[in-house]
Design a protein. Structure first.
Length: 379
């Protein structure tokens, strides 16, 4: 597995060295937990990861952060908009002191779908992320393309233990987040008048979407034409779980920005993280019924440089009856995109794949770009 330190070096060196990179999809040796139970320790020989200051990033003054809004009203859970971001970490740091903003283009509750794009798009964020920092680049692109776009914050009730770090959502049990998704999608359908939505999900959001479909009413097993979802696009989804070292890497990345995640909530940092470990009860329950639901088209995008969902091929899905799956490896045909787990959400190539998955005619495959996108930060 490529560590954050290794990928950061690649970002600095860039150029031709990246084109020659030879990532591996071998299973990473297991991590261990420190004696005091507050730190996930990487396997022996793993390179140390740089701190925020090593990357030239200023730590946010989290004492100035606004309180997180947690509401039962989907229309008021975000307030205002943050700027468009092409750099994932810039968006992440912005959201630390602005935890309630939406990404540009999202959460216009007066938006009415068009004939060209009849399904609103719901964006589901990952662990320790939020609607803004995860989709600050994707959302405005989809809005400009003519979609009604919606982006909830989920799994944030549990994150109150994080004190001032209120922007770190996606920590609560994924089964609970799926219930939030169900409530939110019902509100989107009612307000827009649409029959279905499409989902674009990053990381944990992919599992939440599948939990919603299987157990919270998203799929109608008796009549798939009445499903509430037409398409699901999974970006680095932890669809079959990840190793403990993958969860630890994500936690250490955030810790190195000066935000003590692992020390505050323990080595597994919240129920959502343990839900995503390979062979967790939630993973087993979903796998028992197969990867897909009847009547749904799935696209699963993976990157070879994913250091969080490990091994990276666990993100891929297998099509069941009356469903389609397109498993896409980001580097196939484009070796210069070395996005990792976090930066894939700002990759122009990933955005092109998303647009093609949602609308293959209006956004054909030959329009998907192949451009540089670096690890950790992005372009």
């Amino acid at each position: 597995m490529a560590t954050v330190g290794t990928l950061s070096c690649a970002l600095v060196l860039a150029g031709s060295a990246v084109a020659d990179a030879q990532p591996t999809d071998e299973t990473t040796p297991p991590a261990t937990v420190s004696q005091d139970g507050t730190e996930v320790v990487p396997p022996e020989g793993t390179e140390a990861e740089p701190k925020a200051e090593d990357l030239g990033l200023a730590k946010p003054n989290i004492t100035d952060a606004a309180a997180t809004v947690v509401t039962q009203d989907p229309e008021t859970e975000t307030s205002g908009y943050g700027p468009v971001q092409k750099n994932f970490l810039a968006g992440f740091l912005y959201s630390i002191v602005n935890p309630n903003v939406a990404p540009q283009g999202a959460n216009d509750w007066n938006c009415k779908p068009t004939a060209a794009h009849p399904n609103p798009v719901v964006l589901l964020h990952g662990t320790w992320e939020n609607a803004y920092n995860n989709f600050a680049r994707i959302s405005p692109v989809l809005k400009e393309a003519g979609y009604c776009v919606f982006a909830p914050n989920t799994g944030d009730k549990d994150s109150s233990a994080l004190g001032h770090v209120t922007a770190l959502r996606g920590t609560g049990p994924i089964a609970d987040s799926a219930k939030e998704v169900a409530f939110y999608i019902d509100a989107v359908l009612a307000r827009t008048g649409a029959q279905k939505v499409d989902i674009v999900a990053h990381s944990q959001g992919s599992l939440a979407s599948r939990q919603y479909m299987r157990f919270e009413g998203g799929a109608n097993t008796a009549d798939p034409s009445k499903n509430k979802v037409g398409k699901i696009v999974s970006l680095g989804g932890s669809n079959h779980g990840t190793t403990l070292v993958g969860i630890g890497t994500l936690g250490r990345t955030i810790n190195n920005l000066g935000l003590n995640v692992l020390g505050l909530v323990g080595a597994i940092a919240g129920p959502a993280a343990s839900d995503q470990v390979i062979d967790s009860p939630l993973i087993k329950a979903l796998e028992a019924g197969g990867d897909t639901e009847r009547g749904v088209d799935y696209t699963a995008v993976a990157t070879r440089f994913d250091e969080v969902v490990t091994p990276f091929r666990t993100t891929f899905l297998e099509a069941g009856p009356d469903a389609t799956v397109d498993n896409v490896l980001l580097q196939d045909g484009c070796g210069i995109d070395v996005s990792d787990h976090l930066s894939m959400s700002v990759s122009p190539r990933v955005i092109g794949i998303v647009k093609n998955a949602l609308d293959p005619v209006g956004s054909p495959a030959n329009a998907i770009p192949c451009v540089w996108n670096g690890p950790v930060t992005g372009g």
